[in-house]
Design a protein around this ligand. Structure first.
Ligand code: 26Y
Length: 804
């Protein structure tokens, strides 16, 4: 749409009138929001249709990205930006006396994910469309998003997130009832020999109608719109009579009601397994149906279809794809298997053993007996093919079903041609340790794809002030091609630019101080260091290490109120899984420490601790541009990659980090002088594991500072944490401090002193900040997805750049 501002205003007023029979002056923000969305959507819908038709016409290979989580956040601004409308609409709204920010705020966050993995999937969707790749997402349309977090007396309380019932609703989705499919769950199955295949006969199975809701994924200035297809469970019309009561009906609708708010612990619930099979089966059925419609031979499907398994949650893709090729297409096992392995690829996102999914045989049997049969056959053939060729122990350790359990990661690796980790260190660990057995079997299947982030959302949209300053120095090409940000390095001695960076940061911090005041009632000074740790609450991410240092600072200041320190505002954002007791105890302790410090008049402005409620994509967009310090302090070897580390450096924050996940690569890019590294490295952690010689009590007893700080958890210094304080105290002492918090404490203090010292030299700080912004471009998701497309999926870029 090539419109002038005047034309846009006319079109906007007309649509507002048509939709709501109202004038601009009388419209509320949600009516204005609804109108703008409808204009945006109707404007890209022709391109969306065309993108789809082009795929079909050319028989281009397409990828389907299966993820049980997506975290798109809000889409209005990114759609405006990608369509090339942002500046026009912003300025038109100014003329009309409207505030685009307030209108965009009406949109509920689409929070269909827990954390890093879901947000990565959404950054990838943006980049894949923007790079013109034919890649569509497949997931679940949860009725309730990730819980809303509130703090009551310092405790986390979880409230339902009824995003679909909010004022904004979901303006972007299109219900496509005609593309529904039936998913069979439960019951019994027996195989009957037909002429050339075994025919499964099902009894007592439940049929669920899977209805797709499609959301357009709009590419950046390139006339390309991909699809994110989210499935919702309904009762098929033919089965209505089987569900006479509301309670009965709810059993079906519940399949897609809630997102499992758990990113660490196996929930063990059958419903989760049902969800996994439901979206896998619906997605695979619709892919194969679509493929067949255009006449290509089924035994060559791998030439036109690639399927990506994002973590193990969709690992049943392997078995479901086999099921259709065998039972419905009557291919031979070998042909079907050959195609399946060529089609599938898998990303591993974690080495934490509790997050590696297994299901018991009876559970799988209860969800889908035919899928269990197929998995058992895959397992059987895997074992038979290796018997006598490799060590028996190796076979036992790598087979899919052992000791009554089905190992989903094993299924994903054996049933695909590619397994990748998400940062170099992580992939090395997979090869050398976690998945070493598989690496010896399939060395060629393993590869690394370091994570990336959408520079458009995390810089252009979230930080317009910084974007403008960058434009003024190196021009605006970086908006298309993030690698251009490297040109900033040439300006590292340009004092005027460095001063401007400082001014941008200060302005962003001022904005955040307003939000903090509004949300918490606490006044913080924008002149303090804004020290940020935003991520899920997990013991291995060590928010506790941060907290212990805060307590140490507090004790120092109490002892010596005249102590000269650079004021700091510690900002936390984190949700804990509702069932994760320890993580919730840490939240309580941080909140009570915050309460103590923030209301202690003797501390004044030197120290403030702010824990913002309900951390999510939209809040991240406000915190990240205002951060001075980025806390990336997980125990080395535990964080697969991290992505907030990349977003924060892109916005000029300096990183305090352990050598974990992608921090290792950040350090390589920015150089040792532009990052603050501390703590054990991976080798040292593993050495402790091997030698069993870490004794946290020694640190507690021998280091008086540690002793004093840890004691505050139980000696009443911090009020209202009796139970939680003891729980954490015990974990650090008698339970031997699983994540080496005490071991790394002193080094953490040391490196934080260096942060203070550096901050005193604002010129030096801003220079370091500039280098971080420039080098963050290495983590552009546009580049990451290219590597997936070229080396794993083998799909081609279709679209040329150009405005919509
Ligand atoms: C099985 C179930 C309990 C489960 C549910 C969610 C297991 C894992 C997850 C989510 C994992 C996750 O978000 N992992 C994160 O993925 C990011 C993207 O690759 C990484 O940056 C981050 O280090 C990793 O923790």
């Amino acid at each position: 749409m090539e419109l002038t501002k005047k034309e846009f205003i006319a079109v906007f007023k007309k649509r507002l009138n048509q939709k709501y029979a109202i004038d601009v002056s009388d419209a509320c923000n949600s009516e204005l929001y609804g109108t703008l969305c409808s204009l945006v959507k109707s404007s890209y819908s022709a391109v969306w249709r065309q993108t789809w038709k082009d795929f079909v016409k050319e028989h281009d290979k397409q990828t389907y990205y299966f993820s049980i989580e997506y975290l798109p956040g809000k889409l209005l601004k990114s759609n405006l930006l990608n369509m090339g409308w942002y500046d026009l609409v912003n300025s038109a709204f100014e003329d009309l006396g409207l505030d685009l920010n307030a209108i965009a705020a009406v949109e509920p966050d689409m929070a269909l994910g827990n954390g890093g993995l879901g947000r990565l999937a959404s950054d990838f969707m943006d980049s894949l469309a923007s790079e013109g790749y034919p890649v569509n997402g497949n997931g679940i349309r949860y009725k309730y998003g990730l819980f809303k977090q509130r703090f009551v007396n310092g405790y986390q309380v979880e409230l339902p997130d009824e995003w679909l019932n909010s004022d904004g609703g979901n303006a972007w989705e299109i219900r496509r009832a005609s593309k529904s499919v039936l998913v069979r769950i439960g019951g019994h199955v027996r195989l009957v020999q037909e002429k050339n295949y075994l025919k499964p006969v099902y009894e007592d199975a439940t049929l669920i109608r899977a209805v797709p809701y499609d959301v357009g994924m709009v590419g950046y200035h390139n006339n390309h719109v991909n699809t994110l297809r989210l499935w919702s469970a309904e009762i098929p019309e033919s089965e209505e009579s089987k569900y006479p009561t509301i309670e009965d009906r709810r059993q079906v609708e519940d399949i897609t009601a809630v997102l499992y708010p758990d990113d660490s612990n196996e929930s063990g619930r059958l419903l989760r397994l049902k969800q996994e099979y439901f979206f896998v089966s619906a997605g695979i059925q619709s892919i194969i149906r679509h493929y067949k419609k255009y006449g290509s031979p089924i035994d060559q499907i791998s030439q036109e279809v690639a399927i990506h398994i994002n973590d193990t949650h969709p690992a049943m893709c392997v078995a479901e794809f086999m099921r259709i090729l065998l039972d419905e297409e009557h291919l031979s096992w070998d042909t079907a298997w050959n195609q399946t392995v060529r089609v599938m690829s898998y990303t591993n996102h974690t080495i934490m053993s509790e997050a590696l999914e297994t299901w018991t045989v009876p559970m799988l049997n209860e969800i889908q007996p035919r899928i269990l049969q197929i998995i058992a056959e895959i397992d059987h053939r895997f074992v038979a093919a290796l018997a006598g060729k490799v060590d028996g122990g190796l076979i036992e350790r790598t087979r899919i079903i052992s000791a009554g359990k089905v190992h989903m990661a094993h299924l994903a690796i054996i049933g695909s041609h590619s397994t990748n980790g998400v940062a170099k260190l992580h992939t090395d660990l997979l090869k050398s340790d976690v998945l070493h057995d598989f690496y010896t079997l399939y060395p060629d299947r393993f590869n690394n794809k370091t994570n990336g982030i959408a520079v458009r959302r995390w810089l252009q949209i979230a930080n317009p002030r910084l974007a403008k300053v960058i434009d003024q120095s190196i021009g605006s090409d970086w908006r298309q091609d993030a690698s251009q940000l490297l040109k900033l390095i040439d300006y590292s001695t340009d004092n005027s630019l460095l001063d401007q960076l400082g001014a941008v940061k200060l302005a962003n911090k001022r904005d955040l101080t307003y939000l903090i005041k509004q949300e918490t009632g606490i006044t913080v000074s924008p002149n303090a260091i804004f020290d940020v740790q935003i991520k899920r609450l997990h013991a291995y991410k060590r928010q506790l290490l941060n907290l212990l240092r805060i307590i140490k600072l507090y004790l120092d200041l109490k002892q010596n109120p005249d102590l000269e320190i650079i004021p700091r505002v510690f900002i936390f954002g984190a949700k804990a899984a509702p069932s994760y007791h320890y993580a919730k105890s840490i939240i309580k302790c941080i909140n009570e420490t915050a309460n103590l410090i923030n209301h202690d008049a003797t501390i004044q402005d030197k120290l403030k601790v702010i824990f913002l409620e309900n951390y999510g994509v939209s809040l991240a967009e406000k915190i990240i541009p205002a951060a001075d310090v980025s806390e990336q302090i997980s125990t080395a070897s535990k964080e697969a990659s991290g992505t907030s580390n990349m977003k924060l450096m892109l916005n000029g924050a300096l990183t305090v980090a352990t050598l974990d996940g992608a921090n290792v690569e950040i350090k390589q890019y920015v150089g040792d002088d532009n990052i603050f590294i501390f703590g054990l490295n991976k080798q040292e952690v593993y050495q402790y594991y091997r030698d069993h010689n870490y004794h946290s009590l020694d640190y507690y007893h021998n280091n008086p500072i540690i002793h004093r700080v840890v004691d505050t958890l139980v000696d009443g210094t911090i009020p209202n944490i009796s139970a939680e304080g003891h729980e954490i105290y015990d974990s650090l002492t008698y339970l031997n401090d699983e994540f080496f918090v005490l071991r790394d404490f002193e080094d953490y203090l040391r490196v934080q002193d260096k942060v203070d010292e550096t901050y005193r030299d604002q010129h030096k700080w801003n220079k370091m900040s500039l280098i971080n912004i420039a080098k963050a471009s290495y983590f552009s998701a546009d580049e990451t997805v290219k590597r997936y497309a070229e080396t794993i999926w083998h799909v081609k870029q279709l679209s040329e750049k150009g405005d919509m």
